[in-house]
Design a protein around this ligand. Structure first.
Ligand code: AMP
Ligand code: MG
Length: 329
């Protein structure tokens, strides 16, 4: 890591100093606009905002090697949300389009500090809608990002200038690569990565740096993701899911997908991904009783802020950062 990054890490330990920096004030003003724009956009699309859960008996296991945090809740083993995916599936039985600003805890490996895009505490705008496809979700995601960028360019002109950020307008439709095409592109650039796994973090940066505009990677291979991403019934081994990536080396922005929502289907996938069904009792019971087909995604707010403001690290994009491995206020 460069020395500049290390000194900004030091300022994380002494947060009361970092928070007073003039750049931090500019970043947080932009972040306020980002949150306002997202809410306005989603309300225009008839999404309803709900309150996110913070703890529960089970949470998202698909977190790429990060550890979940367990607590005792009146004698019962509970988890702090790594994401609210299971709860989104619960609520869309009652409301067709929902979103929440959801706080998540994931104890990422201490090495992940080198990626400059992992925090141990972060927030997503997490949304879900019924009876829609992953194409609909990608259309929504690109519309959302274009709208946020337009608003920030217009309303935070001074802040972007102060940060030295030349944020280009983005227009839909974004480029869409299948996972297979993305792997082929990386292989042709010397990254011999696997066709049947998630794209590793370093290769993700390379892929992102090959682009000047945000883009999608879709159709991930089975077992690379959580048990809730739906397998395409006519193309076994391929999931109807996607990521959006920021350009310029900033990496992953969004993960989303259609949901496997049948009891039998989820049980099969749990076995395949090594998840113990006993931990997910209420969830499986809910699936037995039946929930609608849905699609959804989550967009990390700190990563979005980092890209919009053109910041070197994600911990410059949050007032009280929790950097993996560092105990800070
Ligand atoms: P995931 O379910 O892991 O794909 O997470 C959904 C979104 O949350 C990602 O696309 C990122 O924007 C964001 N995110 C995930 N993990 C982290 C992390 N450790 N730190 C910051 N943002 C994260
Ligand atoms: Mg992801």
């Amino acid at each position: 890591m460069e020395s500049q990054d290390l000194s900004s890490l030091e300022s994380v330990r002494l947060r009361y100093r970092a928070i007073r920096r003039p750049e931090m004030k500019l970043v947080l003003k932009v972040q306020d606009q980002i949150l306002t724009s997202i809410r306005e956009f989603l309300r225009r699309k008839r999404f309803m905002e709900i309150l996110a859960p913070i703890i529960g008996p089970a949470t998202d296991p698909g977190i790429r090697g990060a550890k979940q945090v367990s607590i005792q809740y009146y004698g019962a083993p509970f988890k702090i949300m790594s994401s609210m995916i299971l709860y989104k599936q619960m609520i869309i039985s009652s409301f067709e389009k929902v979103f929440a600003l959801s706080p998540n805890i994931r104890l990422e490996l201490p090495e992940s500090v080198k990626t400059a895009r992992h925090l141990a505490e972060f927030r997503q705008i997490d949304l879900e809608m019924v009876h829609a496809s992953y194409d609909d979700a990608m259309n929504l995601a690109e519309g959302l990002l274009a709208s946020v960028v337009r608003d920030v360019r217009e309303k935070c002109y001074e802040e972007l200038k102060g940060l030295g950020r030349d944020l280009k307008e983005v227009t839909a439709p974004f480029k869409r690569l299948t996972h297979k095409q993305a792997v082929q592109l990386l292989r042709s650039n010397g990254y011999m990565i696997s066709f049947v796994e998630e794209i590793p973090w370093d290769a993700e940066v390379v892929l992102s740096a090959l682009h000047e505009r945000p883009f999608f990677v879709y159709d991930y291979p089975l077992v690379s993701r959580g048990f809730y991403d739906r397998e395409d019934s006519s193309r076994p081994g391929i999931l109807r899911d996607f990521d959006m990536l920021y350009p310029e080396g900033f990496g992953e922005a969004i993960s989303g997908g259609e949901r496997e929502h049948t009891y039998e289907g989820v049980l099969k996938r749990m076995k395949l991904t090594g998840v113990d069904p006993e931990e997910y009792e209420w969830y499986l019971q809910m699936l037995k009783e039946g929930i609608p087909h849905s699609v959804g995604f989550g967009i990390g707010i700190e990563r979005l802020t980092r890209w919009i403001c053109g910041l070197k690290t994600i911990w410059e994009a949050v007032p009280f950062p929790k950097v993996p491995g560092i105990a800070s206020p």
